[in-house]
Write a protein that binds this ligand. Structure first.
Ligand SMILES: [Mn+2]
Length: 429
């Protein structure tokens, strides 16, 4: 396996920090021991935990107003894989890349080689019927899988079938469908007919799914359509997964809900009825869906993981959610943002593992609201950084990934090798 960042740079940074880390880890271990928690068992779980990087996330995003390109942005999927390899090498938390077709279209053999050279695998495939590809026959201006015209729907279905075919050769095991279909004016679209057409289309895609694959459908409240959206919320998404069958699951993108919606409760419902497929992690403040995971409301991220750990520990049948980041970086180096976001997701998982579930249940049964919520808070307040850093050290990563990355000069190096790119995928789904 080929490391992109020189091993001696990572080793030098770790040597500087290892002693302090071991002291902090031992102190936290003692503290957790008093709470009857085995720190090494938590560490093992964290070492095995991964979240996928979206290929489009390593380029600078942009808004509908402007895009301000960064230095040394990836020019194609092979540059993107190299950037993803840096994130994985330093964090050891992102072993897979989630591809987007057609943005990442390339010879599958070369793709596979490029990824395995860096020890990376492929996560869910993402189709794109929310923008028109070059030379495509029918436009998606008025929709894709739910379009009024059967020819346009067929084209959108065929694109999804192609994504499955590409994914098969790459070793992917899932297809994620998000569509921008909807309307901007009351009366523009008949809600029921549009949804019926969507279901018809997606049934054809589902029928082509290999036996060991899963289909994830992703809901989003609005944007690009601003009056109505065909797959607008988790209720509609649940209906889709239910209509399609056992291989169909709902994907929850944290930024795709109205502000203040209780997302952890949606997660619980989907888990309870066996339809939680996975996540696109990010954060948001208003109606946006692109800020760095854990940057605005880390407590909410923790509460989501609290539900996931609850499900994991109660050994719910078929419970195996996919974890992916989906965010867009406008003012930071995408590699740094993605490294820290992956760590934020890990942190929420580690904190959720610390919840005393027996105590919590007892407080719930006794209607002790105050102590129940304190049980969550005491897990959330624990600084688990030594566990995360130790997991990185043990698996060959960097104790401080951003410091190692900056010391490596990687961005300066690729800036001189990669001519500036004007456009690129913007992390908009
Ligand atoms: Mn998404």
């Amino acid at each position: 396996m080929e490391n992109v960042i020189a091993d001696d740079i990572v080793a030098a940074g770790n040597a500087e920090r290892e002693k302090a880390l071991r002291t902090d880890y031992a102190a936290l271990g003692e503290q957790l021991h008093r709470r009857a928690i085995d720190i090494d068992a938590i560490l093992k779980k964290l070492e095995a935990f991964g979240v996928a990087i979206p290929s489009w996330g390593v380029g600078t995003g942009g808004t509908r107003f402007a895009r301000f390109p960064g230095d040394g942005e990836p020019r194609d999927i092979f540059d993107k894989i190299e950037d993803c390899a840096v994130i994985q090498q330093l964090t050891r938390a992102t072993p897979r890349v989630s591809l987007h077709i057609p943005w990442d279209k390339a010879d599958p053999k070369r793709l596979k080689q490029a990824a395995s050279r860096h020890g990376l695998g492929f996560d869910a495939m993402n189709s794109n019927t929310f923008s028109d590809a070059k030379d495509q026959k029918h436009s998606y201006k008025f929709g894709s899988l739910s379009h009024a015209d059967p020819g346009t729907r067929r084209q959108a279905v065929e694109h999804n079938l192609e994504c499955i075919e590409i994914g098969r050769t790459l070793g992917s095991k899932a297809l994620t469908i998000w569509i921008g279909d909807g309307s901007n004016f009351p009366g523009q679209v008949n809600f029921a007919r549009a949804f019926e057409r969507y279901l018809d289309s997606v049934r054809t895609v589902y029928a082509a799914l290999p036996d060991d694959w899963r289909l994830f459908t992703e809901h989003k409240m609005y944007e690009p359509a601003f009056y109505s959206t065909v797959v607008q919320d988790w209720g509609t998404n649940y209906i889709i997964a239910k209509e399609l069958g056992d291989k169909a699951y709902c994907l929850v993108d944290l930024g795709h809900h109205a502000p203040n919606v209780n997302i952890e409760m949606i997660v619980s419902r989907l888990v309870q009825f066996g339809k939680l497929g996975g996540f696109h992690f990010n954060d948001s403040k208003y109606g946006d869906d692109d800020l760095d995971a854990g940057s605005i409301d880390p407590y909410r991220l923790f509460l989501v993981f609290n539900e996931l750990v609850d499900a994991e520990q109660s050994k719910k049948k078929g419970f195996d959610p996919a974890h992916m980041l989906d965010q867009s970086h406008n003012v930071t180096d995408p590699i740094e943002s993605l490294m820290l976001s992956a760590i934020e997701v890990q942190r929420a998982y580690a904190q959720a593992l610390l919840v005393d579930r027996n105590a919590l249940e007892a407080y719930q049964e006794a209607n002790d609201a105050l102590m129940a919520t304190q049980t969550l808070k005491s897990a959330y307040r624990t600084d688990v950084e030594p566990i995360l850093a130790m997991a990185r050290l043990n698996t060959g990563g960097a104790i401080d990934p951003v410091a190692a990355y900056r010391a490596s000069g990687y961005r300066r190096k690729v800036a001189s090798e990669r001519p500036a790119v004007a456009a690129g995928g913007g992390g908009i789904v």
